[in-house]
Design a protein around this ligand. Structure first.
Ligand SMILES: Nc1ncnc2c1ncn2[C@@H]1O[C@H](COP(=O)(O)OP(=O)(O)OP(=O)(O)O)[C@@H](O)[C@H]1O
Ligand SMILES: [Mg+2]
Length: 371
């Protein structure tokens, strides 16, 4: 599957843009603020039905205009599929596949798998544990509806249980039976989520290691692991924690406390690794996500690399490009401010690519090889 062409009308800074892509590597080069990330954002939007930069759809309409349109033509083996996303101020967003409006946006998710890497992903390392759980949840739930459902139910029950704990405290009462009703359901869904998260990390971790080692040329050992209180029996945990829960009026044990542990040379990544090492870690993690999705969906996800080369040395950038140039990966969109760096690397590798220089005008260069 690949994106053949993209049209943007009044999307962020673009009044009218039409681009035809290489099925392999596409680079957008230009100074700060010319709209490189905006193009990736539009591609992201066609996969996930929402912007990656701005959750408020109306703010993606070009200033002083009253609508935007994104249109992408994708090739799926023999078929061409057109996806469009349009928004008029004051109207509901319209999202169509081959001209036919989706009834529910969720029906579209998963059709065009995509993995993005951007500077914002550093939150995954620097942010709180909820960021890392969000990462796990978003990857698994895209393709596993049972997981998504269990997660929604778990969160609902957790809210109810916490509300009950608060009520107990306010009214100075305690009714164990009514708490047990929530416990049973919390355990049921918590275990489903725990098992799936554990399997996901077991699958992901060796692939992640492989990619990290390749990019860093085995300079430093890294670890990725899953930590959950549910390694012990969940029912026992809830029992043991009951007094604490009553005092704090909050459920202190469960999968909502799970963590992803990132380490480099046995030390936490956040505090000990350099910026380039942290970046390498994120890229390896996202490439492992790519493999995971590819295996489940049998489609090579589109890769978006937004400004990922800053802080990486020349060797690592070269290793990344070498890696994704391989047939294992599909179509890739890269933004960079430094044309020289990309030119040098791309010219070394025999690979199809297009390079779009974005200024007031857009010019295009590239190379094409037939196999
Ligand atoms: N709704 C909008 N209408 C018009 N222009 C917009 C809108 N939203 C954002 N922009 C413009 O888009 C530009 C930012 O685009 P973008 O983030 O894609 O830049 P970039 O090329 O990725 O830059 P950098 O190299 O700094 O990452 C800004 O100049 C901003 O004013
Ligand atoms: Mg940008």
């Amino acid at each position: 599957m690949n994106l053949n062409s993209l049209q943007l009308v009044n999307y962020r800074n673009f009044e009218d843009l039409q681009l035809d892509f290489s099925e392999k590597i596409n680079c957008f080069i230009g100074n700060n603020g010319v709209g490189k990330t905006n193009i990736l954002d539009a591609i992201y939007n066609l996969s996930f039905t929402k912007s990656w930069l701005n959750p408020l759809d109306t703010q993606n309409i070009r200033y002083n205009q009253d609508f935007f349109l994104i249109k992408g033509k994708y090739r799926f083996e023999q078929d061409e599929i057109e996806i469009s996303c349009g928004l008029k101020r004051g109207k509901k967003k319209s999202f169509k596949r081959n001209g036919k409006e989706y009834k529910k946006l969720s029906e579209h998710i998963g059709l065009i798998p995509l993995v993005s890497i951007s500077p914002y992903d550093s939150n995954l390392i620097l942010g709180g544990s909820d960021e890392r759980r969000k990462f796990i949840d978003s990857v698994i739930s895209q393709f596993d509806k049972e997981y998504l459902l269990a997660l929604l139910k778990y969160n609902r029950i957790l809210t109810q249980r916490n509300r009950l704990l608060k009520q107990f405290a306010e009214q100075r009462i305690f009714d164990k039976d009514s708490l047990d009703v929530w416990n049973m359901q919390l355990i049921e869904y918590g275990i489903v989520i725990y098992d799936k998260r554990k399997k996901f990390l077991n699958d992901l971790s060796p692939i992640f290691q492989k990619y990290y080692n390749f990019i860093s040329e085995e300079k430093e050992p890294v670890q990725l692991s899953y930590r959950s209180q549910l390694i012990e029996n969940f029912e026992d945990l809830l029992e043991q924690n009951i007094e604490k829960d009553r005092v704090l009026q909050y459920t202190g044990v469960g999968i909502h406390k799970d963590e992803l542990i990132f380490k480099l040379k046995e030390h936490t990544l956040k505090k000990n690794a350099s910026q380039g090492q942290q970046k390498t870690y994120l890229i390896a993690l996202k490439l492992a996500q790519f493999d995971y999705i590819k295996q489940i969906s049998s489609i090579k996800p589109i890769l978006l690399f937004d400004d990922i080369f800053d802080k990486l040395d020349r060797l690592r950038v070269e290793q990344i490009i070498k890696l994704v140039a391989d047939k294992h990966f599909g179509q890739i969109f890269i933004t960079d401010t430094n044309q020289e760096r990309l030119d040098k690397i791309l010219n070394k590798i025999k690979i199809n690519y297009k390079l779009f220089k974005i200024n007031d005008e857009i010019s295009e260069t590239g190379k094409s090889f037939t196999e």
